[in-house]
Design a protein around this ligand. Structure first.
Ligand code: ATP
Ligand code: NI
Length: 326
């Protein structure tokens, strides 16, 4: 039987702001098996990064609060752990590649210093051993002539190379779970593809699990086993990648699929989803997607649809399925 590495159960994250309360993640539940790549997809502001930060226990409180839910990592709830237990887990068991490499890399340290710092504290390596391990890691992530780049500063690297440095740092202490939060948005498409291939290749070789966060469903097409689609703080669809692509069940997923730019060079019209993401400070009643949905019914304005199983392992939160109208 597959072994569950991470299980989110009704995870809810709220921010108490001066302007009012904002629920960034509302009742998210999904799980990731060992060796699996899970793609979390959704437009900007849907709650993807907040989900990732909650897993890493990096939600600032205040203003953040986790009023409900559990984050089970290898069977124990991360939300119950002490700060010391979390420090031992972060980096060593779970690591994260952040959306913005420059926010996680320190400009005043050389690449070798940044990466060896973690190696020396977490794994107790000597300065010399750490340096050797950094060379290994840099070559693992495909940085050419790592010996020569070791004493460079981060600003001397291009965007794509910075991502590789981030990845080397994330992998330095052999975590078995990696979260990659849109490691690709700021980069051009070819670099995106290469980095993603690099990550997934490594995941497979090292037997790790991956939570990959992106707003491009097309990126997920190549890399992920399972996909979760997030819209305005809710997981609206969940299923195996093939199912999601072949038989999308939520109108939002259908919209995302229609707006994927084609990479095969064929001229195709892209159909962006009409309207824009709701204001999270004042979200619509009922299904958060109803103002943009061409199938919206009365019930969609009144009731929040629950995730329910439509086919084995394939879940969607849409009232069309309650009425047997889909
Ligand atoms: N520290 C914070 N304080 C207040 N609000 C926050 C904080 N972090 C996130 N939010 C809010 O939570 C919501 C979800 O944000 P999140 O960063 O998870 O979106 P996302 O899906 O990752 O989007 P993107 O694709 O742009 O990265 C947004 O409305 C955001 O403004
Ligand atoms: Ni984000």
């Amino acid at each position: 039987m597959a072994e569950t590495v991470l299980e989110l159960d009704d995870l809810t994250v709220r921010f108490h702001l001066r302007r009012g309360d904002l629920t960034a993640v509302d009742g998210a539940s999904f799980s990731i098996e060992r060796g699996q790549t899970f793609g979390l997809v959704g437009e900007s502001g849907s709650g993807k990064s907040v989900t990732a930060k909650a897993i890493m226990r990096l939600i600032p409180a205040p203003p953040g609060e986790i009023p409900r839910g559990r984050v089970l990592f290898e069977g124990s709830n991360i939300l119950d752990k002490s700060d010391a237990e979390m420090r031992a887990l972060r980096g060593r068991r779970i690591a994260m590649v952040f959306q913005e490499p420059m926010s996680a890399l320190n400009p005043v340290f050389t690449v070798c210093d940044q990466i060896s710092d973690a190696l020396r504290t977490n794994l107790g390596l000597s300065k010399k051993e750490a340096r050797e391990r950094v060379v290994e890691l840099l070559s693992l992530v495909g940085i050419p002539s790592p010996q020569k780049r070791l004493d460079s500063y981060v600003h001397e690297f291009s965007g794509g190379m910075r991502q590789r440095v981030m990845l080397a740092m994330a992998l330095s202490c052999n975590p078995n779970f990696l979260i990659a939060d849109e490691p690709t948005t700021a980069l051009d498409v070819t670099i995106q593809a290469t980095i993603l291939e690099l990550i997934t290749g490594m995941i497979e070789r090292l037997g790790m699990s991956l939570l990959f966060i992106t707003h491009n469903l097309g990126v997920v097409a190549h890399a992920c086993d399972r996909v979760g689609v997030m819209y305005a703080s809710h997981i609206v669809e969940l299923g195996d990648k093939r199912e999601i692509f072949a038989r999308p069940q939520h109108p939002y997923t259908v919209g995302l699929l229609n707006s994927i730019p084609r990479l095969d060079g064929q001229a195709k019209y892209l159909t962006p989803i009409a309207g824009s993401v709701c204001n999270m400070m004042d979200p619509p009643t009922g299904c958060k997607f109803h103002p943009r949905c061409s199938h919206a019914m009365d019930v969609c304005r009144r009731e929040i649809p629950r995730l329910k199983e439509i086919a084995p392992g394939h879940l969607a939160a849409c009232h069309l399925h309650d009425r047997g109208t889909a």
